[in-house]
Write a protein of this length. Sequence first.
Length: 336
Amino acid sequence: MKTYRYFLFFLICTAISCSKDDLSSGVETSSTAHLYATGGSGLVKRYDINTGEVTTYNTGAVNASGIKFSAEGDGFSLVSAGNSRLEFFSDISMIQSGVTTDIEADYGGTDDLENPKDLAINGNFYVVSDNTDLDGDETTAEGRLFIYFKNSGNYILRNVVTTRFKVWGIEFVGNDLYAAVDETNRLAVYRNFLSTHTLNRIITADKHVGFQGLLQMHGLDFEDGTMVLSDIGEMESNSDGAIHIVEDFVSKFETAAPGGFVQADQQKRIAGGNTLLGNPGDLVYDSAYNVVFVAETTNGSGRILAFNDARDKEGNLAPDLRYDFSGVTSLFYHTQ
């Protein structure tokens, strides 16, 4: 359970004051407020929002994504495309803050992955999305979901299911797994995913729903009834990205007809030149402070952006926090 001591505030950063490693203490939250970010080069950065310190871990996990920090395990899991596996790095609290250091994975799963995109966790089960073109035919879309069980310091592959679409971001809402249908504006759901899909086979989603105004969905994150979705727009553009905020998400998703849409007036949308959103990939939402952090992959060669009052504002907003991180791929926000 999160316990907070202070009110949230952001300093509205300019290109000068929040570039490179000059991250000011723009957010005052609880005694622990750490934003973890992965990069394509294998770097993981931890930003201490209270102090402005940046700690850099050189993990060797090239093209890492899907980072998740666990306070109980004092470490983080991430998916390494370069190493083709899920990995865990422990004893993070033992490393001096504000430095750059090399670390090695304590353990990892088998080298099964080919083109992993995201990681979702439900209890001791870890699910990795992989959108490899399995048959070499671009006209037949498919992806895979690798289901691992974490046990005794290891990730054990339970089974692999094949989806009928290219999959990108994934997120558990209770026991249901939601998956972004790559190259579309659609979100698919698999009911009771872990107990229903226990064999290696092709599976069909229980429902698909589109989101009006969204072009190409990649990232998603859910907390306390609100789902946030990233729209990369046209892949070639570095200025047409957007963030969609959907309150009372489950009700709106269920109300929409199968194959239908959540209408534009049922969402809030952050988009436009002031936002610096081009191809926003992963994103993370914190409901207590009503803020969304975004991994912007192309605008400015890669940035971390944050938008305050996410449930209350929309339109062509300037980010409330901006931090340059070339090659940023995924984010996780940890508070206590």
